[in-house]
Design a protein around this ligand. Sequence first.
Ligand SMILES: Nc1ncnc2c1ncn2[C@@H]1O[C@H](COP(=O)(O)OP(=O)(O)OP(=O)(O)O)[C@@H](O)[C@H]1O
Ligand SMILES: [Mg+2]
Length: 241
Amino acid sequence: MLELNGVTKTFGGLTAVDDVSFSVESGELVGLIGPNGAGKTTLFNSITGVLTVDSGTITFFGQDITDAKPNTVSQHGIARTFQIVRTFDESTVLENVTTGAVFGASEDRSIPEGQEVAREYISFVGLDGKAELEASQLTIADRKHVELARALACEPDLLLLDELGSGLTPMEIDGLCKTIERVRDELDVAVFWIEHIMDAIMGTTDRILVLNEGQLIADGTPEEIQRDDDVSRAYLGGVEL
Ligand SMILES: Nc1ncnc2c1ncn2[C@@H]1O[C@H](COP(=O)(O)OP(=O)(O)OP(=O)(O)O)[C@@H](O)[C@H]1O
Ligand SMILES: [Mg+2]
């Protein structure tokens, strides 16, 4: 579904993403891990058109989206959430999620049609009863769920999650893992998920990619990644996962 070939992104003298190639298939739940500064968010920004890449190609269902703008990428079927939560804080939960349904989806929708779609996803992420609250009134966990609902309301084929679990309590993370599995299983949306919380990522994903200093150093099942010497050396300074 998603295919990257030799993608490189530099900032001045720094190569943040270095000749990265991989693919994600329909229906997969794939994790992306790596130390701080490894290039994970830069990779998401490159895929979603927030940044333009220096070289390499990105295709989605065989179509070249390498230089596509973020709104075009969204309408092609790739939605995302942000590492630093980016809800529209002076808008209600319903208004936040409706923006995804109206402006992020490939289908043309009126605002009332968008609101109907938005209500489905507000319910899907467990925010029933909070639709009319302003995002600013919510906890960080709830605001992260608003972002998730807004991304889902774009009705994507692929969902990119950038540290959706950070700042949540262990109980909230358990709930989030179940929701993410339901995204794959009930909505049939593939998920590509950056997370530092090892238990969550190891216990939930089908496959994990590991970035280190911009380079892809491993691609395997959670079990394979836990046994990979390069990964423990690069990622944890030799400590076993
Ligand atoms: N807009 C930018 N301009 C210059 N340098 C940048 C920019 N964005 C990221 N970088 C640098 O690129 C490298 C990769 O950053 P990135 O945010 O992609 O890492 P990350 O893997 O997401 O890290 P973290 O786990 O801390 O979120 C870092 O050295 C970072 O400082
Ligand atoms: Mg990041």
